[in-house]
Design a protein around this ligand. Structure first.
Ligand code: ZN
Ligand code: ZN
Length: 259
């Protein structure tokens, strides 16, 4: 059985009920982690999973709510002796940022029992293993003029770039929006999607409802929940479900979904 594990489901502001954004695909007993908001290792253990079973980590972008758990995950795997390599896949600048992170947190590579591999993907790159295929598409969350100006002011050290992902698992197509500027960012990858996992940190519920209706989306899970909606999930589900027959769920930390 293949499962999606929703580890952390908050957006940029943590709440008393939700940790930062992270999920995992569990396939053949192995874990493929998508985004690494804090505290991934603890959340996996809460769900009865062993972080040492992580095959790879994929970051949609380097905002702290998506990557802030990475140093703690690396330290956990160092101290529990993960036997095999930890590949980290992220957008352009990931190799540099993983190197900076290791020196910042006093976890130099020669103390690890495993190899930490940093890889950079783009829209041409495809990850395939275990019958799992992952494709990557840019969203407008950071790939826009505003962020390019900020990046220029900082000598291009910010490297603003953000992606969503398309997962092909067991004959199913699952779209993971990543962070978006608007839902329009994912329209080009929607055809034939069996499930859409949509972020809810940068969009009003009425707009998300209109998007589901316009696109005829049959199955949606909402995650990356804006802190003001943390405890209003019934209201959120009701607004986004209004006027169509599609299934809408709001994710919570620790939620499992069979594929
Ligand atoms: Zn975010
Ligand atoms: Zn972001």
């Amino acid at each position: 059985m293949t499962e999606l594990l929703f580890l952390g489901t908050s957006a940029g502001v943590s709440t008393a009920n939700r940790h930062h954004c992270s999920m995992a695909i569990k396939k053949n007993g192995r874990l493929y982690v998508i985004d690494c908001g804090c505290p991934v290792s603890m959340l996996l253990k809460q769900m009865g999973e062993d972080p040492k079973s992580i095959e790879a980590v994929f970051l949609t972008h380097w905002h702290p709510d998506h990557a802030g758990g990475l140093p703690m995950l690396i330290q956990d795997l160092q101290l529990t002796y993960k036997p095999d390599n930890l590949p980290i896949y992220g957008p352009a600048s990931t190799i540099r940022k993983v190197g900076e992170l290791q020196s910042m947190f006093i976890i130099p590579p020669d103390v690890y029992p495993f190899q930490l591999e940093a890889h950079e993907y783009d829209e041409e790159f495809v990850f395939e293993r275990d019958g799992l295929r992952i494709e990557f598409f840019k969203t407008m969350h950071l790939n826009n003029e505003n962020w390019r100006k900020i990046d220029d002011r900082h000598g291009n050290a910010v490297a603003p770039v953000a992606y969503g992902m398309v997962l092909h698992i067991d004959g199913k197509k699952i779209v993971v929006s990543g962070d978006v500027l608007s839902s329009a960012d994912i329209v080009r990858v929607l055809p034939d999607a069996d499930l859409v996992i949509h972020e809810f940190g940068h969009i009003h519920p009425e707009k998300l409802n209109a998007f589901v209706k316009e696109q005829g989306i049959a199955n949606m899970v909402i995650t990356h929940i804006h802190h003001e909606w943390d405890l209003r999930t019934d209201e959120l589900t009701q607004i986004v479900s209004e006027g169509h027959s599609g299934d809408v769920k709001v994710a919570h930390d620790g939620m499992r979904l069979a594929i």
